[in-house]
Ligand binder design. Structure first.
Ligand SMILES: Nc1ncnc2c1ncn2[C@@H]1O[C@H](COP(=O)(O)OP(=O)(O)OP(=O)(O)O)[C@@H](O)[C@H]1O
Length: 305
């Protein structure tokens, strides 16, 4: 079953056509990487899904129910984490979750238990200081707890890791992976390494439409290119290698960037063996040599304009 279906969505701001006949669907149980450059329309799409912004044409369904602009009915299925969540800084996280629970009508008897469960999930159980003293990463983690308070079927996270350091990012990614057991996640971002770390499906938004969508593993298999990556320790060694007689036939397909050489080849195993022989004959020990795996970065660069 699809948790979210977007069909033929268009949106124009003044003369700028931001979304053009945009269609994609998010199956239940997935972590969906909604990827696009800055300004490609990710937040605009999510705001329309939340009924906060009116699309010019097209339709959206959340859990099989139509989204209507200005109506919040379908939002009972959705938890939303904006890129910069806002809080009451003078409160503790427990006080804040209690307030959110009361506002959204969670039975009083359930609020404390649910808050404890979520604060434990996001690693804030033993933090008693006020939210104003939290780091950015702690605020994002509290934002996830708040978004999950109503046990949503769909959690929308808009750029949740963009402003965080590597440790803070890893914490958020780990939490989202755990959350997947309970809810479908849309992870809107331009940080491709984060998508590779946790998403099982992706949609690449560019020029107002989805340029590529589907299962990430299948997409990578389809875009697989046979390529050998050889990393050497110095430019001199790279020159000695690429100028050696025995790799002359491959020289045209060699892409040299600094001390890394990429060799496109139809027969990676044979080429690997030949390259190893050449390296041995030149007494060069590579710091890395491998048959390249397709990277989302390369696929992204291939499909966006
Ligand atoms: N309310 C608005 N009025 C006019 N233009 C807008 C409005 N909201 C967004 N835009 C424009 O629409 C385009 C898409 O913006 P949007 O914020 O949806 O992109 P994004 O993919 O979320 O970008 P980022 O990754 O930088 O957050 C941008 O060019 C933006 O300037």
């Amino acid at each position: 079953m699809d948790i979210l279906t977007i069909s033929g969505l268009s949106k124009q701001f003044g003369q700028q056509q931001v979304l053009k006949d945009l269609s994609f669907h998010v199956p239940e149980g997935s972590i969906y990487g909604f990827i696009g450059k800055n300004g490609s329309g990710k937040t605009t799409t999510m705001k329309i899904v939340l009924g906060l912004l009116k699309g010019d044409s097209g339709s959206i369904e959340v859990c099989g129910e139509k989204v209507k602009y200005g109506h919040s009915k379908t939002n009972r299925y959705i938890g939303y984490l904006p890129d910069v969540p806002e809080f009451y800084n003078y409160m503790t996280s427990r006080e804040y979750l209690k307030l959110c629970g009361e506002i959204t009508g969670i039975p009083t008897g359930k609020i404390n238990g649910k808050s404890d469960e979520l604060l434990s999930l996001v690693g804030l159980s033993n933090i008693n200081k006020r939210i104003g003293a939290y780091s950015r990463g702690m605020k994002q983690r509290l934002g996830i707890a708040q978004a999950l308070l109503n046990e949503p079927k769909l959690l929308i996270c808009d750029e949740p890791t963009s402003a965080l350091d590597p440790l803070g990012r890893k914490e958020i990614l780990d939490i989202l992976q755990q959350v997947k057991e309970q809810t479908t996640v849309i992870f809107s971002t331009h940080v491709l390494s984060d998508v590779e770390a946790i998403c099982d499906r992706i949609g690449i938004l560019d020029n107002g439409t989805i340029k590529l969508a589907g299962d990430l593993k299948e997409i990578k298999l389809r875009h697989h290119q046979n390529c050998l990556v050889i990393c050497l320790e110095s430019k001199e060694k790279v020159n000695a290698f690429v100028n050696s007689e025995r790799i002359r036939s491959l020289r045209d397909s060699a892409d040299v960037q600094g001390t890394t050489i990429k060799l496109k080849t139809e027969r990676p195993d044979e080429t690997m063996s030949m390259v190893m022989n050449v390296l041995v004959s030149l007494s060069i020990i590579p710091s890395k040599i491998e048959i390249a795996k397709p990277q989302l970065q390369d696929i992204f660069m291939e499909v966006v304009e």
